[in-house]
Write a protein that binds this ligand. Structure first.
Ligand code: 6GU
Length: 258
């Protein structure tokens, strides 16, 4: 295993079956470039009902996910221990204010939450440089603040909208990270001129047949003039970005100014 290991903690482990066995993500796992282990948070509950949440202190609607279950689960996953061993107790005893790893630092432990740092290509490449990641899928209503405080090293959001839970966001992180890992099929060919790497939106693409419902292909693309093709593509990428994502141009300019 030279790639990346990702542990996922969720109350819906079955949700990940499709994404992890399909297409290039499935390929990366089969090729041993990616090792994803999905854990059921409920394995660390101690009561008959396997409850992971409770009513909020201070009152109000909805439920809040319990810190004790999350912390026990994270300690087990960090230390590569099974729920059977760690359920209902901390790995190294109660050390107030200290999350517990058996040796050294904890891996980047990312809590998926709408209040987190926005997921960008830059963050994805930062995460792709790690050899281990732990992704915590909470539900929207909320997680006890002490989980944020004690176990998460990062909080990440995939955009300004609200999902039921962090699963979709975790899948987005896994995909964005995996395609940057060396050895993943298809990741070497195109990244350079792609949107968000170049800082511009992608230019329009065409393939056969030459005419579709009466609409042809821009002549320059069949001219054989590679310089002209490059200039056309760059101009279209600039047009699209100006029209749809002027904020990306602002960021480019900041980047160019240093
Ligand atoms: Cl990470 N979680 C939830 N529940 N909703 C989100 C999100 C995450 N990112 C955007 N919306």
């Amino acid at each position: 295993m030279s790639g990346v290991r990702i542990d996922v903690l969720t109350i819906f482990p079955g949700w990940f079956e499709g994404p992890l066995t399909t297409s290039l993500l499935g390929r990366a796992i089969a090729d041993d470039v990616l090792d994803v282990r999905v854990h059921d948070l409920r394995d660390w509950t101690t009561d008959r009902h396997r409850s992971v949440d409770d009513a909020p202190y201070g009152g109000g609607a909805g439920m809040v996910m319990r810190a004790d279950v999350w912390i026990d689960a994270c300690e087990a996953v960090w230390n590569d221990l099974d729920a059977e061993v760690t359920r209902g107790r901390t790995v190294r005893g109660e050390v107030p204010g200290e999350p517990l790893t058996a040796g050294g630092d904890r891996p980047r432990t990312i809590l998926l939450t709408p209040r987190g740092r926005p997921l960008t290509q830059e963050l994805a490449s930062e995460l792709a440089a790690e050899d281990r990641l732990v992704l915590l899928c909470g539900r929207y209503e909320g997680i006890d603040e002490r989980v944020h405080e004690l176990v998460a090293t990062d909080e990440v959001s995939i955009g300004d909208y609200v999902l039921f839970g962090g699963e979709v966001a975790a899948a987005a992180v896994i995909e964005a990270v995996t395609r940057l890992v060396p050895g993943v099929v298809g990741n070497q060919a195109s990244p350079e001129d792609e949107s968000f790497t170049s800082g511009l939106l992608e230019y329009p693409q065409y393939t056969r047949p030459p005419t579709v419902r009466g609409i042809g292909v821009p002549e320059v693309l069949t001219s054989g003039d590679h310089g002209a093709v490059d200039r056309w593509r760059h101009a279209r990428a600039l047009d699209l970005t100006t029209e749809r994502r002027p904020d990306l141009l602002d960021r480019l300019e900041e980047h160019d100014r240093g």
